[in-house]
Design a protein around this ligand. Structure first.
Ligand SMILES: Cc1ncc(COP(=O)(O)O)c(C=O)c1O
Length: 390
């Protein structure tokens, strides 16, 4: 089946955070919403069909994960990521952010230190600080328009109070797909210092064609035993509203505290529709996903050439993954608040301001390109017109 990602679908009045909350969040309901990380595309047809069938059944009682759910998950990891996982490793969480919070609670104590690599998805800071743990920053380095991990800085920051590192792999917002070598270097440092690696791989399926995602736990048995891998179909298939994700914990002893936390907080019950959607997406969604990645690549190429030709003051950091593009706006000479206000008030686009991602984010903006090309073009035209007046 050929999917039409150019189709514009009105999301207003559906309770969409991206579209319906834009006025509340940005103070102006007329700004073009290109912020929060979901897509303006329909999910794969087999997912819609499976959900429709389940709706028609008419009974929506308590639901558990079926054998077939586990099979579909295991097959997906094998097929897409060459990662052999076992059923027992698959732990449920309604979402990855709640999972991260429970992970922080389960494996560290108040006062312990947890490393993150900014600029990074901002809830990483909140899940550490809201739980009374201390954030240690190991900022990424921008070298020749490409972000890399700073291992020397990492080694210097480690002390006996550091118990965990949370990485974004692939990385939101800078779009890196960490190479196997980079992950090996990181993983070995962590093994040496007894630091648990929490790898948030929620964007793992959305990798552009010339790149390859490496699941951290697939690298070696030692890494598998020292890691927790957060996965979900939510970014891949646009299912964030269905609240289903899988936290993969190969180490049996490590698994117990997490499953206990899920149970003792009474969030172990899965939503009826999430289970159906995950299974159908993993079983039948591949054709759609391949077409989606082609479309996103087209959007990315379009965006890059638009900036190069018309807005050379803003530089695109080439993403290797995700539909989130990190824009270097430092040449505009605006401070962080001025840049944010410029995009909102002058250009009338709602992007995520770079500084909200922490150290190294000042002067940058994150744009979500998972929308029909016409919307993307509209956003770019708005920026171009606003820059002319600057
Ligand atoms: C790295 C990362 N982790 C987690 C999430 C959100 O996960 P969830 O909606 O499952 O809590 C996002 C959403 O943008 C993300 O980019």
């Amino acid at each position: 089946m050929k999917y039409n990602f150019d189709q514009s679908i009105n999301r207003l009045n559906t309770g969409s955070v991206k579209w319906d909350e834009v006025g509340n969040v940005f103070g102006d309901k007329d700004v073009l919403p290109m912020w929060v990380a979901d897509m303006d595309f329909k999910s794969p047809q087999p997912v819609i069909d499976a959900l429709q069938k389940r709706v028609e059944h008419g009974i929506y009682g308590y639901t558990s994960r079926t054998e077939s759910y586990y099979e579909a998950t295991i097959d997906w990891m094998n097929k897409r990521h060459k990662w052999a996982i076992e059923k027992d490793w698959i732990c449920f969480s309604p979402g990855i952010v709640p999972a991260l919070s429970l992970i922080v609670q389960s494996y560290t104590k108040p006062g312990d230190k947890i490393i993150i690599q900014p600029p990074v998805y901002y809830p990483f800071t909140s899940v550490v600080e809201n739980n009374g743990r201390e954030v240690v920053h190991n900022p990424l380095q921008l070298k020749d328009n490409n972000y890399v991990m700073d291992f020397d800085d990492l080694k210097q920051k480690i002390d006996p109070a550091v118990k965990m590192i949370i990485i974004s792999s692939p990385h939101n917002p800078v779009g890196r797909v960490w190479t196997k070598d980079e992950l090996i270097t990181l993983g070995e440092i962590c093994l040496e210092h007894n630091i648990l690696v929490v790898s948030d791989e929620i964007h793992f399926d959305l990798v552009y064609k010339d790149r390859k995602h490496t699941p951290f736990a697939a690298i070696s048995e030692e890494f598998a035993q020292n890691s927790i891998i957060c996965t979900a179909p939510s970014k891949t298939f646009n299912l964030a509203g269905l609240q289903i994700s899988n936290v993969i914990i190969p180490n049996k002893e490590l698994r117990e505290p997490f499953t206990k936390a899920i149970e003792s907080n009474f969030i172990s019950m899965t939503g009826t529709f999430g289970v159906v959607a995950l299974e159908s997406a993993y079983r039948y969604g591949e054709e759609w996903l391949d077409q989606l990645i082609d479309y996103l690549q087209g959007n990315l190429d379009f965006l890059k050439s638009y900036f190069e030709s018309n807005i050379p003051e803003i530089k695109v950091i080439q993403p290797e993954s995700t539909y989130l593009v990190w824009l270097d706006c430092r040449e505009l000479g605006l401070n962080e608040k001025e840049l944010e206000q410029f995009m909102l008030k002058e250009a009338k686009v709602a992007f995520n301001a770079g500084y909200t991602f922490g150290i190294g984010g000042e002067g940058f903006m994150r744009v979500n390109i998972a929308c029909p090309r016409a919307i993307l073009e509209e956003g770019l035209k708005r920026i171009q017109a606003a820059i002319k007046k600057l």
